[in-house]
Design a protein around this ligand. Structure first.
Ligand code: 6PG
Length: 475
């Protein structure tokens, strides 16, 4: 076989599927996995006519590649990326390109780019979304790093990426250093938020209104044919309609209610806090996973603490209101993600094009949704849009749904069903549209106990009041 165009290390299912996808597009691929038996099985069982060859060592892999070498790492984020890089590094030459296709932290990506750059090697951090199916048939790819390194691999990325509604590939150069992994991290933050919003509405429908899972599945299926059309709503409908072969009950009802997380949602919230960006819907989703994981404590508390009746009235319009609340909450989640991307681009100097980020999320990735075309258009029409919520068109749809959203929040809170993401979204909307918030009192309290000073509405300057001594402040 001639020298391969690209190498791939890490033959987990994602790595295998991506190798097959690249091979199917006519690029020669050389693959290497630390456990050699995995490589052998992959070559024997999954390769049909794709130009894919296997290597037994990192050195052998390097020898199979045309120059400059391009190697995609599909290994677990964290120390494995450094270990694989160290393994391969002695066999590379200046100009060669390493591409980390995992969910690495953007700061690790920036560090690796710096360390390898010092040796003349080029490092790209590319978030890849779409799960196993996406890797095989077309993922959304979010690359960042040296631009000329991106240019050297863009043909491969563009060939294997999913196609958006306009036929364009769901990949774009997003910026230097960790820009690609940053965008993927925020993608995952939005993913957490949308999944939590869906789960809250499912809870209202099933537990609150007493609808059977199958009926709820039908509703999500219907909603998927309208403005909520998206991958996550679609698979919710499928998941809710799957019976458990052992018990005959809906499978979802026998699944333990503890949500796990690998870190990207938490990182999103951590960086948003550092940058001073409000992303309460995403934050609520991360917190809800943490609370869900405290199963034993929740079970004990459920015997002690009472509240709400866990049921909501089935009055007319309740389902339509729930749909409105879900749509509005989802809009808030995307709005917050886009705000974080804007702030991060400025703070970390990514030079990110928000319309491009929305464009490459329209297909292939987990948060793909019909709504993303509206988001792309909003930022393309006005890159300085202060917030997605005020974009023409989007704001009208949000306003139309506002009464149903509010009624749903009222019902769910009254029933004692937790809906942290939905209520955080509504408070985000209300906070953002409120001219005068009670932060005046917070300023006064800060000044009372710490002489932190406050500003006044009627004249410029910083002021301090001796709250305990002065006539006006005495309690
Ligand atoms: C994707 C997914 C993928 C993975 C998440 C899951 O875009 O394909 O986001 O990367 O599903 O990392 O994250 P948690 O395990 O933290 O839920």
């Amino acid at each position: 076989m001639p020298l391969s165009d690209i190498g791939l290390i890490g033959l987990g299912v994602m790595g295998q599927n991506l190798a097959l996808n690249i091979g199917r597009h006519g690029f020669g691929v050389a693959v290497y996995n630390r456990t050699g038996a995995v490589t052998e099985r992959f070559l024997a069982e999954r390769i049909a006519s794709e130009p894919i060859q296997g290597a037994k060592t990192a050195g052998e892999l390097a020898a199979l590649l045309s120059r400059p070498r391009k190697v995609i790492l599909m290994v677990k984020a964290g120390s494995a990326v450094d270990a694989v890089t160290a393994d391969l590094r002695p066999h590379l030459e200046p100009g060669d390109i390493l591409i980390d296709g995992g969910n690495s932290h953007f700061r690790d990506t920036a560090r690796r780019e710096g360390e390898l750059g010092a040796a003349g090697l080029r490092f790209l951090g590319a978030g890849i979304s779409g799960g196993e199916e996406g890797a095989l048939n077309g993922p959304s790819i979010m690359p960042g790093g040296p631009k000329e390194a991106y240019d050297a691999v863009s043909k491969v990325f563009e060939a294997v990426a999913a196609r958006g509604p306009d036929g364009s590939p769901c990949v774009a150069y997003l910026g230097p250093r960790g820009a690609g992994h940053y965008v993927k991290m925020v993608h995952n933050g939005i993913e957490y938020a949308v999944m939590q919003l869906i789960a809250e509405i499912y809870d209202l429908l099933c537990r609150g209104l007493g609808l059977p899972a199958l009926e709820t599945a039908k509703l999500f299926g219907e909603w998927n044919r309208g403005e909520l059309s998206s991958f996550l709503i679609e698979i919710t409908s499928r998941v809710l309609s799957r019976p458990d072969p052992e018990t005959g009950r809906p499978l979802v009802e026998v699944i333990l209610d503890e949500a796990e997380q690998k870190g990207t949602g938490r990182w999103t919230v951590q960086d948003a806090l550092d940058l001073g960006v409000a992303i309460p819907t995403i934050g609520a989703a991360v917190q809800a996973r943490i609370l869900s994981a405290m199963k034993d404590e929740r079970t004990a508390a459920s015997k002690i603490l009472r509240g709400g009746g866990n049921s909501a009235g089935r009055e007319p319009g309740v389902i339509e209101d729930a749909r409105a609340a879900l749509y509005a909450g989802v809009l808030c989640a995307y709005a917050q993600g886009m705000e974080l991307l804007r702030a991060a681009s400025e703070a970390h100097e990514f030079g990110l094009d928000l319309a491009e980020a929305a464009r490459i999320w329209r297909a292939g990735c987990i948060i793909r949704a019909a709504l993303l075309e509206d988001i792309r258009a909003a930022f393309s029409g006005n890159p300085d849009l202060p917030n997605l919520l005020v974009a023409p068109g989007i704001r009208d749809r949000l306003q139309e749904r506002e009464p149903g959203w509010r009624r749903t929040a009222g019902r769910i809170l009254q029933a004692g069903i937790p809906a942290p993401a939905m209520t955080a979204s509504l408070s985000y909307f209300d906070g953002y549209r409120t001219e005068r918030l009670p932060a005046n009192l917070i300023q006064a309290l800060r000044d009372y106990f710490g002489a932190h000073t406050y500003r006044r509405l009627d004249r410029p300057g910083s002021f301090h009041t001796d709250w305990t001594e002065s006539g006006t402040g005495r309690v």
